[in-house]
Design a protein around this ligand. Structure first.
Ligand code: 6PG
Length: 244
């Protein structure tokens, strides 16, 4: 890994245990703060967590008026489209718990094109952060959730994309996705995703085992290049965990 500190791997029994463990870590990261920020992710892996956050006992543990919800990447589709990552998070928990509207920060996919949406989202992040440059001593996020694609991508950072090498921009438009669904994307870059007290990868299911082994063994795949100013944690279920 390019992580500043060595990544930690937590193996749990199954997908429900993964959701419970992730919920506990999320609560731990956002509790007791005047203002907290979480970057959500798309795909199926975080959905168990999203479901739990809308239910007791987890729902009452979140101070909803104090937590701001961003998204690490989204598909460039209308917010009502089933493919929308923030749309999914809204339907699964944010709308159900009545999270304040001003605390939900979707990528503006009604912009003219992915690049314009990326610029607008970068402005939103900079206004929230209160500076134009990221200071590793003062991370933007408390928690960044990440998934792992079958080709080793994470967020919308696909293999061989020039976006992997971006060091200045916080958000960029991706015209061609490397994997289904083949719609344009908007994604935070590695430096922006790294500005977090914890980056938490959620990986479950036997179909992820081979790609996870490749990433963890250091192959030149996007997820291997993810890093965090704070802790980098791989939370995986037994079915996805590489053989020891
Ligand atoms: C997206 C995601 C993407 C996802 C991985 C894993 O917009 O598609 O943010 O990076 O996290 O593809 O997806 P699954 O959890 O569905 O395997």
């Amino acid at each position: 890994m390019d992580a500043k500190s060595a990544p930690e791997m937590i193996v749990v029994d199954d997908a429900p245990a993964l959701a419970e463990t992730a919920a506990g870590r999320l609560i731990g990261r956002v509790s007791g703060k005047d203002r907290a920020a979480v970057a959500l992710t798309g795909g199926s892996s975080p959905q168990g967590l999203y479901r739990l956050l809308a239910e007791e006992p987890w729902r009452s543990k979140v101070q909803w008026d104090r937590v701001h919800w961003f998204i690490g990447d989204d598909r460039f589709v209308p917010k009502s489209d089933p493919l929308s990552n923030m749309g999914t998070a809204r339907r699964m928990f944010l709308d159900r718990v009545g999270a304040p509207r001003q605390n939900i920060h979707p990528i503006p996919t009604d912009a003219a094109d992915p690049e314009s949406a990326a610029r607008l989202y970068e402005d939103d992040l900079k206004a929230f952060y209160g500076a134009d440059r990221l200071d590793p001593a003062r991370p933007m996020f408390d928690l960044v959730l990440m998934g792992l694609g079958g080709d080793g991508h994470t967020a919308s950072l696909f293999p061989s994309s020039p976006a992997l090498n971006e060091t200045q921009r916080w958000v960029i438009g991706i015209d061609k996705a490397g994997m289904e669904p083949f719609v344009p994307r908007v994604t935070l870059t590695f430096p922006a995703l790294a500005s977090t007290r914890e980056m938490l990868f959620l990986v479950d299911g036997a179909d992820k085992r081979a790609i996870l082994s490749r990433v963890l063994s250091g192959e030149d795949l996007p997820a291997h290049h993810a890093y965090a100013d704070g802790d980098l944690v791989w939370l995986v279920d037994r079915a996805a965990a590489p053989e020891r």
